[in-house]
Every structure is written in structure tokens, then in C-alpha cells.
Ligand binder design. Structure first.
Ligand code: F6R
Length: 608
């Protein structure tokens, strides 16, 4: 996720672009840059780090003009650095591009362009675009951009400028947001409304594969056949603050709604039906895998909870035993680590002190380390041997939601990769899982549609002091994450137990109106879980259950049943956890607590 802006009009473009980027920093903040044509050349000022670094750089390297494009980045391809920052230019410095999205086939285009003598400076997927536009350029920028986009696979919102078809911005989008702002004698492009609200409230929402040609005399819209398209504008009535949250009340609920996209992005180019898993940044071979005597997954908090799912995924697909541990425990328990150890660390931020300490210590002892992280260029990413970047985009809400779901995709993908390397599954078996994974984004959207019934249950339990979560197998992994979410967002004491453990103690706490939440997705364990539910309902517990659409058995004896779409049991946590996230969010809102910044918590725990 990145933010792009563009401006054409009577104001100083740099001021408008920097202001716009400041409103889009929530979309990415690891580097920023602008491109402004000036005296026959495109001046590009860009730098690693927050926007204030760009503002400082602009004081010594000013850029002035009436037209320009800008970008604030959340790295996916290539670490945050000056050279990887946007805007990117064609080799001849005549075309410049800002891009939000992921170009899936950039490697293929890069080598095609390299054969035509184009060279590349950055590690980004984006740099192919200005060169591709240059390749097709014959005097009309719109035509060149249309031709270039025919070659691109993936998602993109683009702002493109050229010195040879000057005083013009071409904008286009596919699966990434882009709006056009209509001012008086001035026009804007932006990834989101807040970037332009200071100047105008009239916007046009581009649809996929619609192109806007913005010139001083107005804006024309086209489809991919270069036929003219009529667009109407909308007047924005929200205020700037709520607009930054895309109309949602809080970042946390916005991020819950972003999960289908986060899943899609994380699978992009890695999971393709009928093809082997592709993991560019993991170079482990079959021989190496066979040489490992043990695999550890180590992490903290929600990332640890994803690791619990990872253990089952790797063991069941690739048949290698896996131990999963909390980083702050692992580092002090003198674990057996040597060159036959493979360590997988999971960390959204990539900066968690305990996780980083485990990584460093294990590497010193000879272990190979795979990092799963959401932050490109983070300490964990830099120091690990191999990296799997989750492409969830920046997570602003302190309680992790979309990052957790993408961590699950990461562990499934790695498990499939290991299975393919070791040959523990047939192609048909791995393909069946990949096809199901690709359906998950739409299924998560369906789960989110059920928010009303979850909200009603939240209202029933928001006054509680204690809530119990139960599940068996992977449903226990869902239960521990659900309990953590409820604790941190609502300050209600929540405990998670394996269903079978109830009668070994916790059932003593169940009485009339105790709240019990259960996840029931593991088909071989459904009957056993039904029995556990009977044990608590017969003692008067209020129960909410998350289970498959086909499991109507529970409807008759629980308070609320949230039915999720069918999937294979291994993947069910991706769907089952979503109602639990929503429940915590709604309880938190009913209690009037600070959803995005729960008390005593920090987004990145860089101290022990
Ligand atoms: C819970 C949460 C924390 C983090 C934990 C690890 O919602 O966000 O439990 O999961 O602090 O953080 P990372 O993943 O950045 O290492």
C-alpha cells in the first residue's frame, strides 16, 4: 500500500504535493518523493524515511512548477532506500511515474526491456513502467500508457508525466484506488480523498482500466480502447479526519475490512493454481530441508498465534516436526540450536526485541533463519537469511488484524513450498489447497457481511468481566488469538482453552450467563466440540459459535451462530478469526474505549 498524488494548476505544485502526501502517510511512510517538470527537465527529489525528510531535502533542493506527481511508499519490492523511492524515471529521464500496487509480471517485463537495452537502477517492480511507457511512446502519452498497461499484470494506480507530451498527467487504476479532484482551474489525482480536501470536495472515482488525461484545458476520460468515457463527479461531505479512515470510524475496523485485499496482495505471484509456489526471497533447497533436524517457529503475541497455525500447516503438509514458542521464553530456555536448525521468526513490525534476540542468537549458533514480516527493510528482514514479506500494507491500529491474516497466508505458503520441495504431496493435493487459498479473500468479505449479528452479540456481552474461548485443533489456535484480541481491545479478562481441557478445571467457572465463544471448523472434531458446548450450555452459559454454513446442528442450542463459508479445515482459521476480531471491535466501541490505541500497548515492542 502506498499513496500517490498529482497536481496541475496555478499553485506551486511542490506545496500541494507535499501537503497531499502528508494526508496519505497512513498508506505508507518508509520513503517519499516528488517529480516536477521544470526548465525542460524533470526534477526529482526523493528520500528514504518519513515525509519530513523529504520536506527538509526540498529546502536545499527546491523544485518549482505548476505540475507534478508525488508518492509516499510502503515498500514491497526492494527495501526503503533513496533509489527505491518513487517517482521512477525512464532511462532517458523524459517520463516519470508514481505507482501504488504490485506488478506481478515485472521480472518478465524487466528482462524483455533489458533485451532492448533498458537498464534498471532500483529493485522495485515499478521501474519497468516508465521504461515500458517510453518504449511505446510515439508522441501521445495517453496512447503509450494505454499500451503499456496492456502488458502489466497485477494492481496499479499510476500517475504518469512526460517532457515530450508536456503539461499533462495521465492517471489510470486497476485494483488500487485512485480519485481525480476537480478544482477551479486546477486538477488533482490522489489515492484517497484527504490528500485533496484542502483544495476541493468535487471528485471523480475512476473505475478499473479507466484513464484520465489531465491538461490545463480540462480532463478527458477514456477506456482501454482509447474511446471517450463520460464520468460524473461526487461531492465529498465527510471531514478530513474521517476521510483518512476511508469513512470508517477507526483504523482497526478499516483494517479488518482491508483483509480481503491484504490476503490477495500477499498471495500475488506466489500462489498460482497449477504452478509451483514461487518464493523469490527464500532460497532453501531440498537438500537443506532434508538436513534440518528441527524447525522452530518463534514470535510474540499475535505473531506467535499465527505460528501455532504454522506448526500444524508445516507438519501436516511437509511432514517435518515443528516446535513453536514465545520468543521471550525461547531465548532463556537454552534450546538446542545448531547448523541443523531452521528457525522461522514471525514479526509484523520486524523490530520486536525478543524475536530479534532469538534470531541473532540462533544465527550465531549456526541456524538458518526465515523471517515473516510486514515491514520491508526492518531489522528482522535485514538480519534473516530468507524473508517472506506479507503485503498487508501499514497496520495503524495497535491490535493486529490484517497482519495476522497475512501471516497465516505466509505460513501456509511456506508449508506448501516445503511440501513441494520434499515431494510429500502430489501436485493435485497442493493444487487443491492453492485453489482454496485463492478463494479466501472473497470468503473473508462474506464473513464481514455478517457483522450485524456479531454486533448484537457484542452488545450482549460488553458488560462482562470474563469471557471464555474454546476450540480444538486449529480452532484452539483461533481461540487464543480471539482471546488476545478481546483482552487488548476491551480490557475484559479472556481465557482460551482447548475444548477437551474444560473438564480438567475451567468448567468450575461456568455458571448461568457466563460468556463462552467457540470456533468449530475442524470437521473431525465437530462432535467432540458439540459435546463441550452442551457441557457449558447446560450450565447456563451464553454462547456464540463460529462454524461452517453446513453445520446447522449448533443453531438450536447456542445464542448466536455465525456461519462462515466452507473451506478446507487447514485454512479455516483465516475465516474463523474474523468474527472474533469484529466482536472485539464492537465490544470495544460499545464500551467507548480507544479502539486504535488500547491502553498500555505499543505497536512495536522494541524493548524486552
Ligand atoms: C496483538 C499484537 C501484539 C503483537 C506482538 C508482536 O494484537 O499486535 O501481540 O503481535 O507485540 O509484534 P510483532 O508482530 O511486530 O513482532
Amino acid at each position: 500500500m502506498c499513496g500517490i498524488v498529482g497536481y496541475l494548476g496555478g499553485k506551486d505544485a511542490t506545496d500541494v504535493l507535499v501537503h497531499g502526501l502528508s494526508k496519505l502517510e497512513y498508506r505508507g511512510y518508509d520513503s517519499a518523493g516528488i517529480a516536477v517538470p521544470e526548465d525542460g527537465k524533470i526534477t526529482i527529489v526523493k528520500t528514504k524515511g518519513r515525509l519530513k525528510n523529504l520536506a527538509e531535502k526540498l529546502e536545499t533542493e527546491p523544485a518549482h512548477g505548476h505540475l507534478g506527481i508525488g508518492h509516499t511508499r510502503w515498500a514491497t519490492h526492494g527495501e526503503p532506500s533513496d533509489v527505491n523511492s518513487h517517482p521512477h524515471c525512464s532511462n532517458n529521464d523524459r517520463i516519470s511515474v508514481v505507482h501504488n500496487g504490485i506488478i506481478e509480471n515485472y521480472m518478465e517485463i524487466k528482462s524483455w526491456l533489458a533485451d532492448k537495452s533498458y537498464t534498471f537502477l532500483s529493485e522495485t517492480d515499478t521501474e519497468v513502467i516508465p521504461n515500458l511507457v517510453d518504449h511505446y511512446f510515439e508522441g501521445c502519452l495517453l496512447e503509450a500508457v494505454i499500451n503499456a498497461t496492456q502488458r502489466l499484470k497485477g494492481s496499479y494506480a499510476l500517475g504518469v508525466i512526460s517532457l515530450d507530451d508536456p503539461d499533462k498527467i495521465i492517471a489510470v487504476r486497476k485494483d488500487s484506488p485512485l480519485i481525480i479532484g476537480l478544482g477551479e482551474n486546477e486538477s488533482f489525482i490522489a489515492s484517497d480523498v484527504p490528500a485533496i480536501l484542502n483544495y476541493t470536495r468535487e471528485v471523480v472515482y475512476l473505475d478499473d482500466m479507466e484513464f484520465a488525461e489531465i491538461t490545463g484545458s480540462g480532463i478527458r476520460y477514456y477506456n482501454a480502447n482509447m474511446e471517450s468515457v463520460e464520468k460524473s463527479s461526487t461531492t465529498i461531505t465527510w471531514n478530513a479526519d474521517s476521510a483518512e479512515k476511508g469513512g470508517y470510524d477507526h483504523f482497526t475496523i478499516k483494517e479488518i475490512h482491508e483483509q480481503p485485499k491484504a490476503l490477495r496482495d500477499t498471495m500475488t505471484s506466489r500462489i498460482v493454481a497449477g504452478q509451483k509456489v514461487k518464493l523469490d526471497d527464500i532460497t532453501i533447497t531440498r537438500e537443506m530441508l532434508e538436513s534440518y533436524s528441527r524447525i522452530y517457529i518463534v514470535a510474540c503475541g499475535t505473531a506467535y498465534n499465527a505460528g501455532v497455525v504454522g506448526k500444524t500447516a508445516i507438519e501436516s503438509l511437509s511432514k517435518i516436526p515443528v516446535e513453536v514458542d514465545v520468543a521471550s521464553e525461547f531465548r532463556y530456555r537454552d534450546p538446542i540450536i545448531d547448523s541443523r536448525t531452521l528457525l522461522i521468526v514471525i514479526s509484523q513490525s520486524g523490530e520486536t526485541a525478543d524475536t530479534l534476540a532469538v534470531l541473532r542468537d540462533s544465527k550465531k549458533k549456526g541456524a538458518r533463519v526465515i523471517a515473516i514480516t510486514n515491514v520491508v527493510g526492518s531489522s528482522v528482514a535485514r538480519e534473516a537469511t530468507d524473508v517472506f514479506y506479507t503485503w498487508a500494507g501499514p497496520e495503524i491500529g495497535v491490535a493486529s488484524t490484517k497482519a495476522y491474516l497475512t501471516m497465516l497466508i505466509a505460513v501456509y505458503t511456506i508449508a506448501l513450498h516445503f511440501a513441494e520441495l520434499l515431494g510429500t504431496m502430489t501436485d493435485e493435493e497442493t493444487d487443491a489447497i492453492k485453489k482454496e487459498m485463492l478463494l479466501l479473500p472473497d470468503k473473508v468479505s462474506k464473513v464481514i457481511e455478517q457483522k450485524e449479528s456479531i454486533q448484537k452479540f457484542a452488545l450482549k456481552i460488553h458488560g462482562e468481566k470474563d469471557v471464555f474461548f474454546i476450540g480444538r485443533g486449529l480452532d484452539y489456535a483461533v481461540a487464543i488469538e480471539a482471546a488476545l484480541k478481546l483482552k487488548e481491545l476491551t480490557y475484559i479478562h479472556a481465557d482460551a482453552y482447548p475444548g477437551g481441557e474444560l473438564k480438567h478445571g475451567p468448567i468450575a467457572l461456568i455458571e448461568k450467563n457466563t460468556s463462552v465463544l467457540a470456533s468449530l471448523t475442524q470437521r473431525s472434531l465437530l462432535d467432540k466440540m458439540h459435546s463441550n458446548l452442551k457441557e457449558v450450555t447446560s450450565r447456563g452459559a451464553k454462547v456464540m459459535v463460529v462454524t461452517y454454513e453446513s453445520n446447522k446442528t449448533v443453531d438450536s442450542f447456542v445464542d448466536t451462530a455465525v456461519h462462515i463459508p466452507e473451506t478446507i479445515d487447514l485454512l479455516a482459521p483465516v475465516l474463523a478469526v474474523v468474527p472474533m476480531q469484529l466482536l472485539s471491535y464492537y465490544v470495544c466501541s460499545f464500551k467507548g474505549l480507544d479502539v486504535d490505541k488500547p491502553r498500555n500497548l505499543a505497536k512495536s515492542v522494541t524493548v524486552e
